[in-house]
Each structure stands twice: as C-alpha cells, then as structure tokens.
Design a protein around this ligand. Structure first.
Ligand SMILES: C[S@@+](CC[C@H](N)C(=O)[O-])C[C@H]1O[C@@H](n2cnc3c(N)ncnc32)[C@H](O)[C@@H]1O
Length: 396
C-alpha cells in the first residue's frame, strides 16, 4: 500500500467517528489525528478497519491514503506556519483585500490526492477576488497542500463516460499515478474518473478466489476492478468492456504495467454491442447509479450450463423506509441502519426476480437466482447508499 490508511471526515463529525473507531480498536494510535486546512480531519486507522461495513453509515467519510510523515507525531509540530488560511490571508492582504467570512467559506473543504497532484472540488475559489492573484494563488495553495500540481474538478459529466471536467491549475501534465494494494493505476485526470471511494470493494474483489474463471468487467474504466481480478483474485481471463477511448488507453497501459496484458481482452466500445455469449463465470457491473442497462448483456454472457455470479452495483435509496421509522438523523441511528438494510434487501429481491426472468427469456430454461451477499460500499448522499449485490445464477 502507498501511505497509511485514514478516514477523512468533516470536523464536526470527527469526534464521534474517533470514539467509534477507538471502541472498535480500529484507531491507529501510533499516528496523530490531523486537522486539514479544508475543515476536514484525517483519522489514522488500522488496515483491518477497511473491511468494516458500518463505516458507510457515517456521513461524508472517505478512505484516503496519506504519507506517514503527515500523520507522524514528530512532524506535527513542524507544520505550523504552513496553514492554508494563514498563507492565503497574507496573500489577500498583500493584494489589498480583506479576510472575511465569505472568503473563508470559499476555501476548499475536501480534495483528492493523486500522487503529487491535488484535485480540488468544484465549490471553492469561486469569488472573483482570487482571479487577480493568478498563478501566485495556485502556487501558495499547492505548497500548503504539499503538492506539485493542482487541478480543479468542475463536475463529473453526464456524457456516459462519466468523464471528469477537470481544469489543470498548476503544472503542465495531467497524467497521474496511483498505487493501491500493489496495483499501479495511471490515467489522465482530465479525461477519466478514479473512484477513490470504491476502495473497500476493490479490496473485496482482490480477496475473491477466481482461479480458473472467466470474468467479464462490463464497465472497466481504467481497470479499477479488472486489475484486482487479474492481479490478486487470479482470474484465468478477464474481458474488459469500456467505451471511453481515454479510459481504454489508460486501461491498456495499466494492464501492461501490472504485467497481466496476456490474460485480458479489451473490448473498446459499447458493451451492449459486444458479440460474446455463454463464456462467463462472473460478470462485474460496476456502474452507478445503476447498471440496469447492462443486465441483459450480463445474462447473455453467463455460461448457459453452469451459470455464475453477477456483481451488480446500484445506488439504493432508503428515504421512504426511513420516514416510516420516523428517524431524524437516520444515517447514524440504529433504526436508520435497519431501514437502509431493509431497502437494500428489498431491492436485491426484486433484482433477483428480474434477472431470473431475463435468463429464462434468453435461454428458454428455468434459473434459480440467489442473493449471496449485499456489500455496502459507501454512503452516496443522505439515505442513498452505493451497494453491490452478489447474485448467484444457476440453471435448474
Ligand atoms: C463508474 S466508471 C468506472 C467504474 C469502475 N468500475 C469503478 O467503479 O470505479 C464506469 C465506466 O463505465 C463506462 N461505461 C458506461 N457505460 C458503458 C457502456 N455502455 N459500454 C462500455 N462502457 C461503459 C464509462 O465510460 C466509465 O469508464
């Protein structure tokens, strides 16, 4: 792994999360908790905590990997003076501007780190006064965030490629490198998305035993799941479908870098046009909010005589269930969790029936679909959770 695992959480929720982690013995006490300049806090955790499902019930918790020196108790003292607020206040005053509440609220609250590049969110540095500071502003921000390059995310586009609309603010080159669980991912941050929040699911895929299996990854992107299937789960062969040409370029590069190119066939284009059938022991459908468009394709791909397992990603809303339990702050309460789990189970049951019907219509045979497991990945929005359904499908 690159760095130490931490949970990034908003300042107001940090105390509750820390107490919870401590009670579960997940807090890494050899490292210190770091307050970021962005109103968030990094809480160091032990790697075993990454498999803790209840975490997704904490609002706005993201898993990030940090340099050990950032969390080191020794280094903590030395960092004072490098504070983003102090530095920007000085810069503003130099340009004859005042430090106001409005300015403070315009600072980044969260960001992603990809190697030496920091990717800021879309809701910061929007005030016109920053414009006159030009590159000086970005150089100061980069220095405080200990980055060499800086980019800003506008929003993930709805062009079907889920391409991020990213502008490079500092630096020339937009390819970044991420090392995760021994796998190297490289991609152009302005052209492809990296689902940092899917780390627990990537670890789960890496822990599967797929030896001898043919796997199809219908939404391969730059190889977020294709690579763990090949490198760690030992799949005999993966068919990786992807229609964004920039992601395909990165995927091919990553297959070569991780030395698994010979066990992967890349299908560039719309997965609904792929001419394969009756080949898969396992199909990964990693698209949110829903991969429903890919269900008939996945069913066609499953081996007709033995069937296999579908891993179906979906954002499931539990708002109605929550209302019926009359819970104020559902995500953190016991009944909120119960309502969410009931909503996932209801969705899984409906999906299992739906898939059985598609399989029956495709093969003119009867199939048994069995909800093997429902894996919560992350909380996407209030009462909306990204979950993965492991659905075993066998012909009777
Ligand atoms: C959410 S992204 C990457 C998913 C990755 N599995 C993950 O969770 O991090 C989904 C990918 O599916 C691709 N995609 C969406 N619809 C597709 C289709 N019909 N055929 C092929 N690729 C598709 C997008 O270009 C994008 O790269």
């Amino acid at each position: 792994m690159e760095g130490v695992p931490c949970l990034r959480v908003s300042h107001c929720r940090a105390q509750k999360l820390r107490e919870y982690l401590q009670s579960q013995k997940f807090l890494d006490r050899s490292l210190c908790i770091v307050k970021e300049d962005t109103g968030t806090v990094l809480v160091p955790i032990l790697p075993s905590c990454l498999l803790q499902h209840d975490l997704i019930f904490f609002k706005d918790v993201t898993v990030v990997w940090c340099q050990p020196s950032v969390m080191s108790k020794k280094e903590k003292g030395r960092r004072r003076g490098d504070n983003l607020e102090d530095v920007l206040q000085e810069l503003l005053e130099f340009h004859g501007e005042n430090w106001t509440k409005e300015v403070r609220e315009d600072l980044p609250r969260s960001f992603q780190r990809h190697g030496d590049l920091v990717l800021l969110g879309h809701n910061c540095f929007l005030l016109p006064l920053w414009k006159k500071m030009d590159q000086r502003l970005w150089r100061a921000v980069a220095k405080c965030l200990r980055a060499k390059r800086l980019a800003r995310m506008n929003r993930i586009s709805s062009d079907g490629f889920r391409s991020p609309q990213v502008t490079l603010l500092l630096g020339e080159q937009s390819w970044v490198k991420h090392v995760d669980n021994g796998i190297t991912y490289e991609f152009d941050v302005t052209k492809c998305m990296f689902s940092a929040g899917n780390i627990t699911e990537k670890l789960r895929v890496a822990g599967l035993d797929c030896s001898g299996e043919t796997v199809v990854d219908l939404y391969a992107g730059i190889g977020y799941f294709t690579l763990p299937y090949l490198v760690h789960a030992g799949a005999a062969h993966v068919h990786a479908c992807e229609w964004n040409p920039h992601a395909v370029e990165a995927l091919r590069k990553n297959l070569a870098t991780n030395r698994v190119r010979d066990r992967c066939t890349v299908h560039s284009g719309d997965n609904r046009q792929v001419q394969l059938c009756d080949i898969a022991d396992r199909v990964n459908l990693g698209l949110i909010p829903s991969s429903e468009d890919g269900w008939p394709v996945a069913c066609r791909l499953l081996k007709k005589t033995t069937g296999g397992v579908l891993h179906i990603h979906q954002n499931v809303t539990s708002a109605n269930a929550v209302a019926s339990h009359a819970v104020a702050d559902a995500d953190d309460s016991v009944s909120g969790k119960r309502a969410a789990r009931e909503a996932w189970q209801a969705w899984a049951d409906v999906t299992a029936n739906h898939i059985a019907c598609i399989l029956r219509d495709l093969t003119a045979a009867t199939w048994r679909t069995n909800v093997q497991h429902i894996e919560p990945v992350k909380s996407y929005a209030p009462h909306v959770h990204h979950v993965v359904l492991d659905l075993e499908c066998r012909p009777i």
